[in-house]
Design a protein around this ligand. Sequence first.
Ligand SMILES: C[S@@+](CC[C@H](N)C(=O)[O-])C[C@H]1O[C@@H](n2cnc3c(N)ncnc32)[C@H](O)[C@@H]1O
Length: 219
Amino acid sequence: MYANSRSIQSAQETPHERLAEIVQRHRDHAFQRPIAAHARQAFERLKAHWHPSQPLVLDAGCGVGASSLQLAKAMPEAFVVGVDQSGHRLGRGKEGPLPGNLLLLRTDLVDFWRLMAHEGVHLHRHYLLYPNPWPKIGQVQRRWHAHPVFPFLLQLGGVLECRSNWKVYVEELAVAIAVLRGIHPAVERFEAGAPLTPFERKYRDSGQELYRLQVELDV
Ligand SMILES: C[S@@+](CC[C@H](N)C(=O)[O-])C[C@H]1O[C@@H](n2cnc3c(N)ncnc32)[C@H](O)[C@@H]1O
């Protein structure tokens, strides 16, 4: 059944009590997991397609890439890269050739974000659209803001936008940004008039509440 997606069930109703401590630890300790060869290859593909004079937009965890395609059409002056680890998802749901300012890459964001940061890449816009919520309390460190990669993600700058059907996820992201950058972004509820992604459409059509945060990181 399509429009019967259940809202997130979690024992956690507010930001995790240890979140600030976890984020500070990740800021203060080097994240040393080696970077996989496939991520380096993906990054080389980006460099082969994107000219640094073009504003760069990253659709992180782009799924089938429907949002990446919409963003590329809406921002013809920019170059959009959609990244997802799932080749199954990336291969689906697109008809015809992709626009010249769009590249979809299959790789692990944990490595790709670090490569971008190491190479001093600056993003114009950065989208985290419906990231996996990992709603169990013990899964907190799988959420992007509590993952060791998060400081790298913020280094990329630009305007970061996250959308989720779980308010706590977006509230935690705001806390983590406040800890690392001293900025306090607002979390807002919004109506998805024209859905940007398949998950957004599914949640909207199931009557779920949607939340988002937008923050300018170049301040
Ligand atoms: C809930 S789906 C949302 C997909 C899409 N943004 C949407 O809204 O329709 C989360 C996506 O994040 C991707 N993902 C999760 N962890 C990832 C990682 N470490 N590297 C790359 N993609 C990842 C998954 O493969 C999945 O496609």
